[in-house]
Design a protein. Structure first.
Length: 77
């Protein structure tokens, strides 16, 4: 895990605890989740289509990369 972020949508709705994770194919986001009684993790909040998910992920990862560059942190750190 590289970071935990919050987003505000249209200055009306906030989603906390979105994780930025480095996987085998690069960075991706994981929406906030909770462990259910059956032991499985279920997203608490999530986009309902892939286009919206892609857009949210791109916005978060672009901002993450911008902040890392400002702080002088490279991806290898």
């Amino acid at each position: 895990m590289k970071a935990v972020v919050s987003i505000t949508i249209d200055e009306e709705f906030v989603v906390h605890d979105i994780k930025v994770i480095e996987g085998e194919k690069g960075l991706f986001i994981a929406m906030p989740s909770r462990k259910a009684t059956d032991g499985e993790y279920r997203d608490i909040a999530h986009p309902i289509n892939s286009g919206t998910r892609d857009r949210i992920q791109r916005i978060i990862l672009d901002k993450y990369e911008e902040v890392m560059m400002q702080e002088g942190v490279s991806e290898e750190d």
